[in-house]
Design a protein around this ligand. Structure first.
Ligand code: TYC
Length: 100
């Protein structure tokens, strides 16, 4: 094989892709109390009461909103914590992550 014919291995196949970031979103539903969603945003997404209320109202009106952007492992933990906390309190609140 000549030098020009040498195989180039793409960075992706070598596992050199930079780690992606993930959006964590809350989804609207008809049952979870607004105050509970505000509490979740303060507790798990480091919002103050005012910021939390703005995000909650956006979810309520538009169906969903981004609560924060994190590396994969942190986003997974947020989704698990919010889901567990919601079920413990018997609310159907959904929290999901999306790669950017
Ligand atoms: N729609 C809910 C209500 O009217 C409030 C709500 C907001 C629920 C945001 C979920 O992610 C949510 N009680």
């Amino acid at each position: 094989m000549t030098a020009a014919q040498k195989t180039v291995i793409e960075p992706k196949k070598l596992g050199l892709k930079p780690p992606g970031m993930f959006k964590v979103l809350l989804l609207n539903d008809d049952f979870t109390p607004m105050e509970f969603v505000v509490m979740v945003l303060v507790r798990y997404f480091s919002k103050n009461k005012e910021q939390a209320t703005q995000v909650m109202l956006r979810v309520h009106r538009e169906g969903q909103a981004v609560c924060g952007i994190y590396p994969k492992d942190v986003a997974e933990t947020k989704v698990e914590q919010v889901t567990a906390f919601s079920r413990q309190n018997e609310h159907p609140l959904r929290c999901v992550m999306e790669e950017m």
